[in-house]
Design a protein around this ligand. Structure first.
Ligand code: SF4
Length: 260
């Protein structure tokens, strides 16, 4: 497709694949397809490279049906069948588990996401998919970094290439350089069927995350490119100029504010 935004998306995804070594020959990559704009964009970007790139890899999509009763993967399955992309649906009773075990103060969607990730990891390990591709984009990376800075007191974000804690799954996030507005545009022009959770908790994203998103949007009006700068900062880490490294020498502190 010749859409200029999709061209930019594939250029950025290609850069991420190269920078972080995300894909290797004979990989079997499972794309977690929620039915949202980001996972759709990820799937078609990886499909593009599957056809163009010199490496040979297998690709399929998977959706976790949370068991809400009204969740309907039909439109997704129809679209993927049309485009000849292999597709699996994992059915669970996640919502029941969420309702039965939700403790006070826990966001149901965060709890649900952890449960779904567990199901996804088990499925991938059992079926021999060696990489799971998730649709987190640049805005997600930066918002997570700022959330942890503000609310957890740690410099921690997400990694584009991560060996999961169970040691069995490798997670890749090829949209690391892609802005959310690009995935919105792409899903719109492609007429992709966007699927919501069809759950009573839908829209209940964490207040803090929404606040950080709005804050960054506001800051970007005064500091264009602030999100890209924050993402770049995740690569350029200087531990000796934080509290975690060896002591720095005097002349290395020139950017510190004058005191006394
Ligand atoms: S709305 Fe939240 S709790 Fe409900 S299925 Fe979606 S992610 Fe899970």
């Amino acid at each position: 497709m010749s859409d200029p935004v999709f061209k930019r998306i594939t250029r950025l995804v290609g850069k991420a694949i190269g920078d972080f070594g995300l894909i290797r020959d004979r990989d079997r990559i499972l794309v977690a397809l929620s039915g949202g704009k980001d996972s759709w964009t990820l799937l078609y970007a990886l499909r593009y490279f599957q056809r163009k790139a010199p490496v040979d890899y297998e690709l399929a999509a998977v959706t976790i049906d949370p068991g809400t009763g009204s969740f309907n993967c039909g439109p997704l399955a129809a679209r993927l069948a049309r485009d000849e992309i292999p597709y699996e649906i994992i059915r669970g009773s996640i919502l029941e588990v969420v309702n039965d075990n939700l403790s006070a103060g826990t966001n149901p969607c965060s709890f649900c996401a952890r449960l779904r990730r567990g199901m996804l990891y088990s499925f991938a390990a059992r079926e021999g998919w060696n990489k799971i591709a998730l649709g987190h984009h640049l805005d997600d990376f930066v918002e997570t970094l700022v959330l942890n800075l503000f609310f957890s007191g740690s410099i921690k974000g997400m990694s584009p290439y991560l060996l999961a804690d169970d040691g069995k799954n490798t997670v890749i996030r090829p949209l690391v350089y892609v802005k959310e507005e690009m995935t919105r545009h792409y899903a719109g022009i492609m007429g992709l069927p966007i699927l919501g959770c069809s759950c009573t908790y839908q829209g209940l994203t964490s207040y803090r995350r929404r606040w950080v998103k709005q804050l960054l949007t506001q800051i970007e009006k005064d500091v264009p490119g602030v999100k890209s700068n924050l993402l770049a900062a995740m690569k350029r880490i200087h531990p000796r100029h934080l509290l975690a490294g060896e002591p720095a020498r005097d002349h290395e502190e020139e950017s510190s504010p004058a005191k006394g």
